[in-house]
Design a protein around this ligand. Structure first.
Ligand SMILES: Nc1nc2c([nH]c(=O)n2[C@@H]2O[C@H](COP(=O)(O)OP(=O)(O)OP(=O)(O)O)[C@@H](O)[C@H]2O)c(=O)[nH]1
Length: 132
């Protein structure tokens, strides 16, 4: 099966986390799902380099701080196997622009489970809730 390796940012402003909604997609299981901003690691890039590049591409955003790796999730979707590395990041503002996503929400951890997340994100959301 096709494998992809992705980085994802759990962006905090105070006690809220930035959640973004993907556009419509032919793959129903990711279409219009919520996710953490990020994307595929390109050849020769470190995880942190990929994360910074994706955040600029998707949001014109550079975090003021990025923590060590939070959680790596391996998830099998019907069409590909996803390895996703997540990192907590910090923003100095809630004013973040969307270049590719169709909507966004700032939510406290206790409200994260109200969104329709991509399946691969559920372990990350659950870990955030457990650690709260
Ligand atoms: N960035 C990100 N991708 C996720 C998450 N959860 C999840 O299942 N994915 C999946 O991982 C893949 C990431 O691809 P992407 O489309 O964001 O990556 P990219 O920006 O490099 O895409 P491109 O190749 O279209 O330029 C998608 O299939 C996406 O649905 C998540 O929380 N963040």
């Amino acid at each position: 099966m096709n494998k992809i390796e992705v980085v994802a940012a759990i962006v905090y402003f105070k006690n809220e986390i930035f959640c973004v909604q993907r556009p419509k997609d032919k793959l129903s299981y990711i279409s219009e799902k919520f996710e953490f901003p990020g994307g595929k690691i390109e050849k020769g890039e470190s995880k942190i380099e990929a994360l910074k590049r994706e955040l600029i591409e998707e949001l014109n955003f550079t975090p003021i701080k990025i923590d060590e790796l939070f959680l790596t999730v391996i998830h099998e979707y019907p069409d590909f196997e996803l390895t996703m590395h997540s990192f907590k990041c910090y923003s100095k503002t809630k004013d973040i622009q969307l270049n590719e996503h169709i909507s966004s929400e700032w939510l406290t951890i206790k409200n994260l489970d109200k969104l329709d997340w991509a399946e691969a994100d559920i372990p990350i959301v659950n870990r955030l809730i457990e650690n709260e």
